[in-house]
Design a protein around this ligand. Structure first.
Ligand code: ZN
Length: 294
């Protein structure tokens, strides 16, 4: 008897990454679809999985790791939907329902970053960590939190990108670009916030540009906040902005400095790390959610 057939969906704001797998080491096919309208995007994803089911047989479960915000309460009528988002067409969009109806199988559904921290816990950089976080710094900033092997939901789900840092002394002019808060972390340190200030991505700024220290300083404040509030054993920093050479070392150094020697018990180089699963964390997150569905 072969392992269960699992459908995996990393539902992102710019693209949906799809996979069909029987386990993390047995990915049978992958695909990607640009994110346009919900109807068009979901129909294309269903066509991809229907084609796979014809070749491989029926799905045992489908996992969806979605951009947010999303409704995660399984008892709520809006479970599996996007809630309110500035992204055109997607407020209130039902993500999980169409797949449940099309394939009549259990659906695992969570945020993309909760999926990513679950995958990193199972197979990557957070193995053996009872408390761990995964933060992606890119077009937006989002964070997933895992406690005792389970992604945390609570009243909604963590929204780490909307944490309010104190302003860097060399960054007082820019108002920030979050439509809700202005200068929350996402408003100050996401890719669009970097572009709005300096007209280039962080990796394209010269090595001696002050932007490097400013962005590292904000991300270091997130590290301090997490240490103060959550006591994580691992903080995984991923996403496009973290591809900037030297950034993770700057974040570690500033976190040590801002911490003032108070937070003992974890080597900063082991606490703050890059994703162990690289670019695969998102799709493997969806796989982990499919495995846990039912
Ligand atoms: Zn915000």
């Amino acid at each position: 008897m072969s392992a269960p057939l699992l459908g995996c969906i990393e539902a992102g704001g710019t693209k949906f990454v799809l996979g069909v797998a029987r386990g993390p080491d047995s990915v049978l096919r992958t695909g990607r679809i640009p994110t346009t309208t919900p109807d068009e995007t979901i129909a294309a994803a269903i066509a991809f999985f229907a084609d796979a089911a014809e070749a491989e047989g029926p799905f045992d479960a489908i996992g969806i790791a979605s951009f947010g915000p999303v409704e995660l309460d399984r008892t709520a009528p809006g479970w599996g939907h996007i809630t309110q988002t500035p992204k055109a067409h997607w407020s209130g969009a039902d993500i999980a329902g169409p797949f449940a109806r099309a394939f009549a199988c259990p659906i695992g559904f969570d945020t993309d970053v909760n999926g990513a921290i679950l995958a990193e816990f199972l197979w990557g950089a957070a193995k053996g960590c009872d408390v761990a976080t995964y933060v992606t710094i890119g077009t937006g900033i989002g964070g997933g939190l895992l406690i005792d092997g389970r992604p945390v939901h609570g009243a909604r789900h963590p929204e780490m990108g909307h944490f309010l840092p104190r302003r860097h002394p060399d960054d007082t002019e820019f108002a920030g670009c979050c439509p809700f808060h202005g200068d929350c972390l996402e408003g100050l340190a996401s890719g669009p916030a970097i572009m709005a200030r300096w007209g280039a991505s962080l990796s394209d700024l010269p090595a001696d540009h002050p932007g490097h220290a400013i962005i590292a300083g904000y991300l270091a404040q997130l590290v301090i906040a997490q240490r103060a509030l959550l006591s994580p054993r691992r903080i995984i920093l991923g996403g496009g902005v973290m591809g900037t050479p030297g950034l993770i070392d700057r974040v570690r150094a500033q976190a040590e400095q801002l911490g003032g020697g108070y937070f003992e018990g974890a080597d900063i180089d082991r606490l703050v790390v890059a994703p162990g699963l690289g670019d695969q964390a998102g799709l493997l997150g969806a796989l982990a959610l499919a495995q846990g569905a039912g």
